[in-house]
Design a protein around this ligand. Structure first.
Ligand SMILES: [Zn+2]
Length: 193
């Protein structure tokens, strides 16, 4: 089966996005992020890449990578700190695409009585979307978050050409996992027609 795009991960940068988050940003019961506008201003990281992830699963970009996203896509951007004079940015897509929890068998465990979110959502990979295809140049988030506690976050999805651009521009830190279409699987296998 041919992928329709990629999930974008970054190398771990050793930072914690929510380390110094004030009260009210995380649910006091399950630690889920309940203030989606929050971003730190003093993020500390151990290792710098153009594309990286904090330990709690937030995408952090160099200025170059941030500019790349900003020029092409509908994104939210927060400046979150600096590493040796290089500004760091949290970048997230504004537009979401439907993840196929049914095809993947994603499980939603233990709803939190305080904030109403599930405490744990498991089964993100391999990623299936309820779309026939993705634009070759795109940057979207899934409509489902994955993980537990503060690390719960949507997957970031990019198009084939976007991934090639990262490579062409020499962006460091990008890690890419295949994304598949669930729609393509709705046809019955030959032996069942
Ligand atoms: Zn909660």
């Amino acid at each position: 089966m041919k992928p329709i795009g990629y999930v974008l991960f970054g190398q771990d940068n050793g930072g914690s996005f929510f380390q110094n988050a004030p009260r009210g940003v995380l649910c006091e019961d399950c630690q889920a992020c309940i203030d989606l506008r929050y971003a730190p201003s003093d993020l500390k990281i151990d290792t710098f890449y153009d594309l990286s992830h904090t330990l709690d699963n937030r995408l952090i970009c160099s200025r170059r990578a941030k500019d790349f996203f900003l020029e092409r896509f509908d994104v939210l951007i927060s400046e979150v700190g600096a590493w040796r004079g290089n500004s760091l940015y949290h970048v997230s897509p504004k537009i979401s695409v439907p993840f196929s929890a049914i095809r993947r068998g994603t499980r939603f465990l233990d709803r939190c009585d305080t904030c109403g979110t599930y405490k744990s959502i498991v089964g993100a990979a391999p990623a299936y979307l309820e779309l026939e295809s993705l634009d070759k140049e795109c940057f979207f988030k899934t409509d489902i978050v994955f993980g537990s506690y503060a690390e719960k976050a949507p997957l970031n999805v990019i198009g084939e050409e976007t991934q090639k651009n990262f490579t062409g521009l020499g962006f460091s830190g990008g890690v890419f996992k295949d994304v598949f279409s669930y729609m393509g699987l709705l046809q019955l296998p030959a032996d069942r027609q």
